[in-house]
Every structure is written in structure tokens, then in C-alpha cells.
Design a protein around this ligand. Sequence first.
Ligand code: WQD
Length: 321
Amino acid sequence: MIGGAGYIGAHVVRLLQEAGEGVVVVDDLSTSSAERVGSAPLVVLDVAADDAVVRLEDVMRHHGVDSVIHFAARKQVGESMARPLWYYRQNVGGMANVLDAMEAVGVQKMIFSSSAAVYGMPPVEIVREDTVKEPINPYGRTKLIGEWMLEDCGRAWGLKWVALRYFNVAGAGWPDLGDSAVLNLIPMVLDRLQRGEPPRVFGDDYPTPDGTCIRDYVHVLDLAQAHIAALRALDGELAHNVYNVGTGHGASVAEVVDAIGRVSGLDVVPEVEPRRPGDPPQLVASADRIGEDLGFRSETGLGEIVASAWEAWQAGPRRIG
Ligand code: WQD
């Protein structure tokens, strides 16, 4: 598991361990922490480093790895616009190193963390896997390139793979595995509340029922389960390689902020700010393909997602109140 100490990876590590599967974690710990992987062996290395291929080969041989789940990547859209080449080196170069090591050792299965960012500003209300993919920033492009690399390796040396396109991941499966970064809506609202500041709503004049942007929020534990389902599916004949992971239902920014007020019992009065450049008004997954092929459904509602995020936040060092 590469990037297994991060927010999503650590959930998958815990699920695999609970299922009695052997897991070895590779992580550079640049945005994650060792205690999140529990008793799983941890190898600290940066997949984009010069010596990464040899070191990854060693890890794979030593631990008898038969599948790789590849989470490790940089994921900040704004940063990717400011430092595009670094994003290509880290996300595309890092992935080339991982695949290189897999080919050398004969590891033939990969699950890849892709993103709804591959769709850019989709021209439809519900995004299907075959919706046009025109990413609008280097981050989204690196994810689409990652999918192409998998396709090409599949053709060249028989790699079996699944790319999961995550929509808006949130919540916590366990209170100690909450999202420690403050980069997305729910943590950003909690961070503002913690500082005693009003949360910000970026634009309330979008063509949506309440004027705020709509996203498909998927519980991180459901998303983690999707990885297990995909891993199992790699042992059979795959109908498809690429799957959206979402719920098929959207929630607006205003609804998320309201839910945070309800769950926390705090009086949450947001401040409306101008639109953030590059935000699509609505991004909601079609969850049909993954339901039909992998039998996976994400049914955790917004209230539960927010409640678990709140509980994890309150269990951390920056509790509110
Ligand atoms: C959600 C909505 C904001 C903060 C991004 C990346 C995507 C993926 C997930 C990951 C938007 C609004 C936010 C705030 C707000 N990245 N918002 N006030 O932009 O849908 O997706 O993260 O790997 O590639 O683009 O997620 O959580 O940033 O924003 O009003 O304080 O909340 O404008 O409409 P987004 P987000």
C-alpha cells in the first residue's frame, strides 16, 4: 500500500488488517503520520525519489507483495497550478517508479486513486465514467495521465488494474483517522469555527436551488470499502477498469454548513465570499457502474458523514468548545 499512512489509505489499511490480510505500507510521511498505520510494517520512502524503483522492488520482494494500492500523490489544486512540473514529477514520475518496480518484480495488480478532477467542468448534471474528461488543472491532468499509464501497462505487460475516481471524500471511520489536513469544505469550516471565525461560502449565485455549489460527499469508510471490493474484483474478469466512487446524490455547500451547525450544536452563520475560480456548480457521480459491477453502494448520508468528521475533530488537538 503506497501512501497508506494518509487520510484515505489509513482507513483501507485498518479494514484490511481487520480482515486478516497482510499489509505493508510505503509512505514518505510528508502529509501523514506513522501512528495511523497501527501495527502494519511501514517503509518510509518517497516514490518520486531517484532511488525509489530499487527500494520499491526490495519492499515488494521482501514482503511477497501481490497487489499494490497506490494512494501516494500530491492533491492540492492551487498548488498544482503554481508548481505544475513538481506535480508531474511527483504524481506521474512517482507512479512510473511504482509501475516500474511492479513490472520488474512481477506484481500484476494495482488499485489507483484517481479523482473526479479528471472531468474538469463536466457538461452534465450526473457524471458517468464515459463523460468527457477535460481536467482544468495540473492535478486533474496527472490523475488522467495515471489512468492512461495503467491502460498502457495493461496492454504491454498484462497489468490488472482499477482506477477509482473519488468524488468529495469526508468523515472518519474511526475518530483517530479523521482528515488532519484543512483543505476541503468540512475541515475548513471546522477550522474557522475553532478560530472563532465565520465559515466561508465561496459563491451563492450559482445556478443551483440554493445558489451554492453541489458536490457528492462520500464517507471515507465507504470509499475504503470500495477499494476492498475492487481488490477482490481484480481476481476475476473485470467488466471495466474505471469507476466513480460517489453516492449518486448531491449536497450543497449551504446544506453541509447547516449540517455542521446541527451536529455541533453551534450557531454557524457563514459569510458569503466571491466564487472560487474553477469550481463547477455541480459535481455528482453516477454510482451505477460500480454498483452493477462491484456490488458497491455508498449509502452513508450527509448527517452521518458530518457527525463522524465532528467526532474526529473533537478527538484531535484542536477541539472546539
Ligand atoms: C467543496 C465546495 C467550494 C471551502 C477538491 C478538488 C478535487 C478533490 C477534492 C482531491 C466547493 C466550497 C469550500 C470553504 C466553501 N481533490 N467551499 N467554503 O473543490 O469540490 O474538490 O477536493 O483529491 O480535485 O478540486 O472540494 O472541499 O474544496 O470544496 O464554500 O471554506 O465547497 O467552493 O464548492 P472540491 P472542496
